[in-house]
Design a protein around this ligand. Sequence first.
Ligand SMILES: NC(=O)C1=CN([C@@H]2O[C@H](COP(=O)(O)OP(=O)(O)OC[C@H]3O[C@@H](n4cnc5c(N)ncnc54)[C@H](OP(=O)(O)O)[C@@H]3O)[C@@H](O)[C@H]2O)C=CC1
Ligand SMILES: CC(=O)N[C@@H](CCC(=O)OP(=O)(O)O)C(=O)O
Length: 346
Amino acid sequence: MNTKSAAILGASGYAGRELRALIEAHPALELAAAMSARPGQAPEPPALPVDPPIDALDLDRLDGVDVVFLCTPHGTSAPLALAALERGARVVDLSADFRLRDAAQYERVYGQPHTAPELLAEAVYGLTEFARERVPGAQLVANPGCYPTSALLALKPLLEADLLEPAAPMVVDAKSGLTGAGRSASATTHFGNVHENFRAYGVGVHRHGPEICQEAGNDRVVFTAHLLPILRGILSTIYLQPRAGVGAGDIAAALSARYRDEPFVTVYERGLPELDRVQRTNQCHLGVAAHGPLVCVVSAIDNLLKGAAGQALQNANLLLGLPEGTGLGPAHGQHTATAVAPGGLQ
Ligand SMILES: NC(=O)C1=CN([C@@H]2O[C@H](COP(=O)(O)OP(=O)(O)OC[C@H]3O[C@@H](n4cnc5c(N)ncnc54)[C@H](OP(=O)(O)O)[C@@H]3O)[C@@H](O)[C@H]2O)C=CC1
Ligand SMILES: CC(=O)N[C@@H](CCC(=O)OP(=O)(O)O)C(=O)O
């Protein structure tokens, strides 16, 4: 395999560290730069002698780099994407800056004007299992949000197969571990404060609601986020009203058929997903159960891998003409290299 070069901006964050561990174990990618992007600030020195160094932001180091990963907060990614594209790199942005197609909606949802609206039309929403035809030709990939990844992998095949009652809401009751909030401790996400606690947040206004609706193609998704007192993983319990005559068995069969050949999505024949089966893997596990007049689909992912760095690497492999699963470890239900790699959050 010809080696390609990669750079990470935001390498000191949770997603950036995870991606770094994946790239360092990747057989065809070479890490050209791992930079901490906050302008004007020196990167933190490594905490331990074994921790890899992170450099200060220097956009000139992106010259000649094949793919740039933006692991930076929304609002800061857009100008960095512009700079990387101007230098000829392809870009995978892990933030929300290019996920919503409409600049006015971005401003409503994120409370600030978009600084590179001219790029929105060309950005490809990289839910990889549904974007394989468009990602390889893209310059800019908008990596999906973690909650949206868990919801959309369950919903999209059922919408495409027209198995759901058209007027009924689709209720996505999702729970995330603390790493979903990034590494900056806050009063509400610091482990010490959430210990023995569990709560819903952003009810009715969470920024991932519009993203899920956009990609589901309708406004009937009712999404609620919860914060779990664990480190990593998202489990979404999704309540759906099937069309008359459609039962849980039909829903499970449709998901199984859609994902039969997918290395990173596993549909259970019996039982329901649990977080410890997907933590530190790039897997989405789906399970189905009848629930009175409704059908319940449970979807579980690791927020930092399938919900962020792992899916970003699937997309980057496609951008670079590499097999999609390169560097993502054994295909089914097993832990990736990040379970043991330095820098990967254990
Ligand atoms: N955590 C998760 O589960 C997921 C995260 N994402 C997205 O990925 C991105 C990174 O998330 P995560 O790793 O959790 O975040 P972290 O807060 O852990 O890390 C953020 C990174 O961005 C840098 N940064 C912070 N503020 C600025 C700024 N004003 N300008 C430039 N750079 C800045 C930080 O560098 P410094 O060292 O200077 O602080 C750090 O390297 C976000 O957009 C997030 O929404 C997407 C899916 C899941
Ligand atoms: C637990 C937690 O706080 N999660 C974050 C979402 C995770 C994230 O980083 O958002 P993106 O996937 O859009 O990048 C939140 O609720 O805003």
